[in-house]
Design a protein. Structure first.
Ligand code: ADP
Ligand code: MG
Length: 224
């Protein structure tokens, strides 16, 4: 049996670095010989797959995935997926997102799924159906990794995200802090986040880093 393992990448908000860090994770895994792919349920604010998060990770990590396998829903409007889908009249179907995941699972042993926005992100909100980002995580039974900023304000954002996820029984494997530059405050942030959440800060990413400072085997162990 060779069941595909998955990991969901969420963050304390949009633009925090999910895509950047996901690129580093997938590249590290692939360079170490793990057959690791990428998937995102819905992308808004992109004109093409190539210009989107999916295109970036596909290229940076050298995956070579086909464009249609990377993301089933792409919207031009740079707004929450539920609104972009309304504006562009292309509502998201859970079955389509799950089918896309399953298709990738046939090609990869490790599948990295990037979330949209932070953990609270409406995916669909109309008379027919209501889907939240966390429904993807539950439907696919994925553990999560949280990307957060290393700087001021991050304790609040991380603890709110973790408490929200714990209240909904969404398992969290690790936290990665992005845009780390050191110093007394950022070092204290690491310590406080670990103490207040009981979750390890598994890696620190500096501006412009092209390599993740964690063993590929340790990353692989987060996937389930
Ligand atoms: N460590 C980093 N070094 C350099 N640029 C970064 C870093 N982290 C994020 N960025 C840049 O910041 C922007 C937002 O990051 P991104 O990964 O797209 O966030 P998210 O996926 O969470 O919305 C992008 O332009 C990205 O290239
Ligand atoms: Mg992104």
């Amino acid at each position: 049996m060779n069941k595909t393992k998955g990991l969901f990448i969420t963050a304390t908000g949009t633009d925090v670095g999910k895509t950047y860090v996901t690129g580093l994770i997938v590249k590290k895994m692939r360079d170490a010989g793990f057959n690791c792919g990428y998937y995102k349920g819905a992308i808004s604010g992109a004109d093409s797959v190539a210009q989107s998060d999916a295109g970036y990770v596909n290229k940076f990590a050298g995956i070579g995935q086909s464009e249609d396998s990377l993301v089933p829903y792409l919207y031009k409007e740079a707004v929450s997926p539920h609104l972009a889908a309304k504006i562009e009249n292309k509502p998201i179907e859970m079955a389509v997102v799950k089918a896309g995941y399953a298709k990738n699972a046939a090609s990869f042993n490790y599948l990295t799924m990037e979330g949209s926005g932070g953990i609270v992100c409406p995916i669909r909100h109309d008379d027919k159906e209501k889907i939240q980002l966390e429904d993807f995580i539950k439907e696919l039974s994925l553990p999560s990794l949280i990307v957060a900023d290393a700087g001021l304000g991050t304790i609040n954002y991380v603890v709110l995200t973790v408490e929200y996820m714990k209240a909904r029984n969404l398992p969290i494997k690790a936290i990665i802090l992005n845009n780390y530059s050191g110093g007394i405050m950022q070092e204290d942030n690491i310590k406080m986040i670990e103490e207040m959440t009981n979750i390890k800060v598994a890696a620190l990413v500096k501006k412009g880093d092209t390599e993740l400072d964690i063993a590929a085997e340790a990353l692989a162990a987060f996937y389930e």
